[in-house]
Design a binder for this molecule. Sequence first.
Ligand SMILES: O=C(O)CCC(=O)CC(=O)O
Length: 270
Amino acid sequence: MPHADPSSSALARTTPALHQVRAGRRGAPLVVLIHAVALDLTYWDRQIGALAGSFDVIAYDLAGHGASPVPGQPFGFDDAAEDLARVLEAAGAGPACLVGLSVGGMIAQTLALARPDLVRALCLMDTVSTFAEAGREAVRGRAAQVRVGGMEAIVVPTLERWFTPGFAARRPDVLDRVAKTLRAADPDVHAAMWDMISTLDVAPRLTEIDRPTLVMVGEKDPTTPVAASEVIARGIPGARLEIIPDASHMAPLEAPEEVNRHLLGFLNGL
Ligand SMILES: O=C(O)CCC(=O)CC(=O)O
């Protein structure tokens, strides 16, 4: 996405009326939570609970997820960033701290580059800024897998990537909930999200992001690994990296206390 004139609406097509919840204190700094692929805003419940005492908190469903309408296709990062811009503008609370998990973090980076006027700070969790060609191929393969086999084809491998075996054994209820959400997801939307993810390449522009940034990653995340977070933390001037011990891709679900501790420390220090 190029640098945009903030008044321009030519960035992309937008999805009307994304579903959102708003909690916390109006007038306090705005924090916007952006969920991972196939999930929805309810997966931020532990973070909303931790943040609502001190912040104005919005969590929204990405287009085609949760209770938000299905977007037109093709749907790219420009579209997702424009959707987020609309959420922020409608909130009328000034620049926000964007907290994005995985694809949510990719969208947050995209918006920070396109509309820095809307962004106060970034917290990027279990995410990446680019892919090597093999990674891009794997991502395109996930889109193809869903198109052929539907959501059922990806449930087990997704759970295996997203959670450590120890957490899976301790909290089968959480995996069951995620499995139900995956099964209920729209396969066309899911495939389109992977197509979108396969195009991500903001790494060459990370140095342009001049907002306070916290990068967090599960120590055992196999898919958006620590090395990818190190690239982001090295690229964004002044960014801080926190590695969440014994957590995988879904660090905010596996280790909510640890994630919230870092998140609150970061936000309270802004
Ligand atoms: O599922 C994975 O392996 C990675 C997920 C990803 O990149 C997108 C997301 O979780 O939002």
